[in-house]
Design a protein around this ligand. Structure first.
Ligand SMILES: N[C@@H](CCC(=O)N[C@@H](CS)C(=O)NCC(=O)O)C(=O)O
Length: 214
């Protein structure tokens, strides 16, 4: 089976990178440079009209959306135990992935680029404030969920890599993680995983490569 991951540094495409690594999968990475708008190129739009990452090609078949990508990965690499196997447990795992995808990610995106939500002059600050307030509420929920457990589902599972990305973006936007001691400890715990360290090294190398090519 040929697995190709379309990835860009700092983006949520780090989640499938981490989980493919957790699964011991053999995969090829196509790194897109968002700074030079690789994702908006006609070539990439042809293979992914959504012009987003992550995207997988599995034996040439396209798969987009982080939750679906992880559902596929879980079934393709059963030994990796990326989600529980019982029906309810699997649905709860998808629920967590969907929560990050629909309930957290869009608010991080609007802090990253407020004009995408509203480009009326003078509104950017307000967009960022509303998104931040919402994220503080959401991270409060995550903090409660993580009380007394190491990972979102107790043991490590697919959604942890996606939430890890969200926390990283949260800190990159200078939001205050110290308000959430359980999330903060979890963020540190995630960084002790070999898969996360491998991703962070790969990310650094990719950014260096982009700089050299500029
Ligand atoms: N709903 C998608 C969201 C993916 C997404 O928004 N990816 C961002 C990077 S974190 C992206 O590729 N943005 C580029 C663009 O929107 O043009 C998923 O769950 O995978």
């Amino acid at each position: 089976m040929k697995i190709e991951l379309f990835y860009s540094p700092v983006t949520c495409a780090m989640a499938p990178y981490i989980n493919l690594t957790e699964a011991g999968a053999d995969f090829e990475v196509h790194a897109l440079n968002f700074r030079t708008n690789d994702h908006l190129s006609p070539e990439y739009r042809k293979i992914n009209p959504k012009h987003k990452v992550p995207m997988l090609l599995v034996d040439g078949e396209r798969l987009t959306e982080t939750a679906a990508i992880h559902l596929w990965m879980t079934e393709a690499f059963t030994d990796a135990k990326l989600m529980p196997t019982d029906t309810l447990g699997k649905a709860q795992a998808i629920s967590l992935l969907s929560w990050v995808s629909g309930g957290i990610h869009p608010y991080l995106s609007r802090i990253n680029n407020p004009a995408r939500v509203c480009d009326i002059e003078g509104t950017a600050k307000n967009v960022v404030e509303h998104a931040s307030e919402y994220l503080y509420e959401t991270f409060g929920l995550a903090d409660e969920m993580l009380e007394g457990i190491d990972y979102l589902m107790g043991d490590y599972s697919a959604s942890d890599a996606y939430f890890f990305w969200a926390i990283r973006r949260f800190t990159q936007f200078k939001l205050d993680l110290d308000r959430f001691p359980n999330v903060s400890a979890y963020y540190g715990r995630m960084q002790t995983r070999d898969s996360v360290q491998k991703l962070l090294t790969f990310e650094r190398e990719t950014i260096e490569e982009f700089k050299r090519a500029a």
